[in-house]
Design a protein around this ligand. Sequence first.
Ligand SMILES: [Zn+2]
Length: 390
Amino acid sequence: MLITGIGELVTNDLGQGDGSMLGLVRDAAVVIDGSRVAWIGDAGNAPAADTSYDVGGRAVVPGFVDSHSHLVFAGDRSEEFAARMTGTPYSAGGIRTTVAATRAATDEQLAANVARHVDEMRRQGTTTIEIKSGYGLSVADEARGLAIARQATKETTFLGAHVVPPEYADDPAGYVDLVNGPMLEACAPYAKWVDAFCERGAFDVDQARAILEAGFAAGLDGRLHANQLGHGSGVQLACELNLVAVDHCTYLSDADVDALADSGTTATLLPGVEFSTRSPYPDARRLLDAGCNLALASDCNPGSSYTSSMPLCIALAVREMGMSPAEALHAATRGGARALRRDEIGHLAPGSSADLVVLDAPSYIHLAYRPGVPLVREVFTGGRFAGGPG
Ligand SMILES: [Zn+2]
């Protein structure tokens, strides 16, 4: 299939187009063969194809890669949100409300909730989704959550160490033993990643290290939640262990920034959280100026960031975190791909996955320039039409 009439094509490939980080090609065309991109270039030079589709001068960007979400849950915390907006501070303990609702839900209810949110994400241009467990917090509930997530994506993350559940309130060490023993054993078959919430009120850095190392021994790759609510050693741990990504990074010392730059560990920034908890945003400019790798993700979850919109995250990153529109789009696509160790997504080049979004706009800049406007017109995932008016 030939997609032609592309006014502005973002390839995220330095070797194509204008030589900028976004590899912009004007008046472009893309040929898709099966699930892959077969050809990219000037519309005037496009080869013949069986079918062709003219997007009428609109912009086309790579599909968004949302490398951080928590979609396996039941219930709703809108009352907590309303209370927070009138002065009640956010704390990690709110997770327990969702744990109770998730444990009480049936498999069918949880699967329907995941499917509904995945569909919501796709309609907003997200073509790769990472999904974490972490609202079950028992062996059976974590394993079923990951089995359900696995039906929606191969990017599944075991987050038994999200918070200590109420039944282990007096024995957090016993809970870590459970996570690293029977829970890991039950969950590893359904997970690619292991993760922990390394934060005051959740798990300390020694516990997080033990959880990650147990996950490595079970064949999982590691990522970490750290430095969201205050300063701490989580980012240093992630860099020391050479994790591919450490997520949140809101409170960073100069040593943390240096460690991120030296290790190459991607800092995944989640501005939906700061927006939804009315908290100070991470300083993306400081990280970019230091040479760090950045990703942007939604952190979609019912407590601290109940948005599934990557365009909103891009707009917030530009308006509140010092990123340019180009840097924010790159972080939301190629940055997310890097944070998932994926080479074939997050950019458009011959051989890459044909994951792309047609915007109802002449330029990608509109993603930040027109916040809150539904600019995603059509979405293709693996070369297949996956949403939009067609
Ligand atoms: Zn999270």
